[in-house]
Design a protein around this ligand. Structure first.
Ligand code: CMC
Length: 430
């Protein structure tokens, strides 16, 4: 890292030199850590749009150019040539695995897919119509009550076992949540199936008959998971880092990330897109809804459009758009009207001055929901699928933070605008 300087001058003309750090790509950052100590002021950046909260070597995004790279590899190349499990290895360990390393990693993940029967019984405590994200967040948080043998976060071997366990068990937990919501018996994982195929088996097989995994469906899930695996310091990843920065049990930190992901501005958008397309209903209604989205006094937004970082096409959306065609063609074009509506909406919005001026392009969640729907998943499971994929990103970032010698508890400051000191008034006088 090369160091430059940045001069900050206060109202009385006193200036302070702040070091500027350059990364391997992306804008330089001004290191403001000494500003409060030297000048007694805080910096103000709600939503962290101008703040680099940490140094990271995992994922790089250039939002203006629509670039996304995991450990330096463009996501397009990985989507074309790699698999989700190989990308998990890459994100966790920094390099692509050799054949032996990949086989060993895959074996370890397969061997950790079963969940403790006590964890399985936790689902009975939920009502049948509980949202699966609520069940998954609750059950993952409860995992901090298990595995006491391997939660020394300073121990590299313990961290590794945690990483493999959580990546392996998330599909099992997600499928159990789904089975609970539809009142079907839980299906145990199968060690002869790959990651995505095993998930499909646990979701859709029933004990009464044989189930054959559809290869197109398994490939589509693998691709979607690969594209969702990490996205640098997004809301849920930052939540995992912040929760984990206190030294909290890593399963609790991941549960916090799952909760953050659930919101419609983040991972919940895939569910919201489907609800929006259903609400729009037909092509002739699109103009009305585009007008609503542009109206500042109307809270309606085009879900699946816009991104904090991408001010160009989301590269993940471009890849998923192609996959969407393939899945719908090969699975019998179950939801053609919905997909056609989505394409028309995309076309109209991309030509609209409002969306052009604000650089609002379709994001990854605009298409992922349509694929999940074509695979037979209920809308409420879409964000759960995102959570399974993003778990590896959360774990990679949590590990990077815990092993960073400069890591401190995350503790932002504030601009206080509440009442000044005042004296307590007795209740009889209020
Ligand atoms: N429809 C209509 N207007 C929009 C939209 C939209 N989807 N997104 C942003 N805008 C407008 C917004 O009203 C604002 O206008 P103005 O400058 O007049 O106040 C301007 O664009 C900037 O928006 P912002 O809310 O300040 O931008 P942000 O970076 O805080 O929010 C976002 C980013 C993704 C939360 C937002 O674009 C949004 O709510 N999109 C819809 C939800 C969505 O699709 N989320 C998934 C994100 S991708 C998956 C993931 O990473 O989880």
């Amino acid at each position: 890292m090369t160091e430059k300087n940045y001069t900050l001058q206060n109202a009385s003309g006193q200036s302070v030199e702040l070091p500027v750090k350059s990364g391997s790509a992306g804008p330089d950052v001004v290191d403001i850590r000494s500003v409060y100590g030297d000048q007694g002021i805080f910096t103000f950046d709600p939503g962290f749009a101008s703040t680099a909260s940490c140094e990271s070597k995992i994922t790089y995004i250039d939002g203006a150019k629509g670039v996304l790279m995991y450990r330096g590899y463009p996501v397009e190349q990985l989507a074309d040539k790699s698999s989700f499990v190989e990308v998990c290895y890459l994100l966790l360990y920094g390099e692509l695995p050799s054949g032996d390393q990949l086989a060993e990693f895959e074996h370890s993940i397969i061997m950790h897919t079963m969940i403790n029967e006590t964890i399985l019984r936790l689902f009975n405590g939920f009502h049948y119509d509980a949202h699966p994200m609520a069940m998954v967040a609750g059950v993952v948080a409860s995992m901090s009550a298990f595995y006491h043998d391997t939660t020394d976060i300073q121990n590299e071997r313990h961290r590794d076992i945690f990483a493999h366990r959580i990546i392996a068990k998330l599909p099992t937990i997600a499928a159990a949540a789904y089975k609970h919501s539809v009142g079907q018996p839980f299906m145990y994982p199968r060690n002869d199936l790959g990651y995505a195929a095993n998930l499909l088996h646990m979701l859709f097989a029933v004990p009464a008959e044989d189930y054959e995994v559809n290869e197109v469906a398994a490939e589509a899930i693998d691709l979607l998971f690969l594209l969702h695996a990490d996205h640098e310091q997004n809301c849920s990843t930052s939540t995992v880092r912040l929760a984990g920065s206190s030294g909290a049990n890593p399963y609790s930190a991941v549960a916090a990330g799952i909760s953050a992901l659930w919101g419609p501005a983040h991972g919940g958008a895939n569910e919201a897109v489907l609800r929006m397309l259903t609400q729009i209903g037909s092509v002739d209604q699109i103009d009305k809804y585009v007008d609503k989205a542009k109206d500042r006094d109307d809270p309606f937004r085009l879900m699946g459009f816009g991104h904090r970082v991408y001010k160009n096409f989301d590269p993940r959306a471009t890849i998923i758009r192609g996959a969407c065609h393939k899945v719908l063609d090969q699975l019998g074009r179950v939801d053609t009207p919905l997909f056609d509506l989505a394409l028309r909406l995309e076309e109209i919005a991309l030509k609209d001055e409002y969306f052009i001026e604000k650089k609002l392009y379709p994001n990854v969640d605009f298409y992922s929901g349509i694929i999940y729907r074509a695979l037979g998943l209920p809308t409420s499971m879409f964000t759960v699928m995102f959570a399974i994929a993003r778990t590896v990103g959360w774990v990679a970032h949590w590990t990077e933070m815990i092993t960073d010698p400069e890591h401190r508890i995350g503790r932002p400051r504030q601009l206080y605008t509440g009442p000044d000191k005042r004296d307590y008034t007795d209740i009889s006088k209020r």
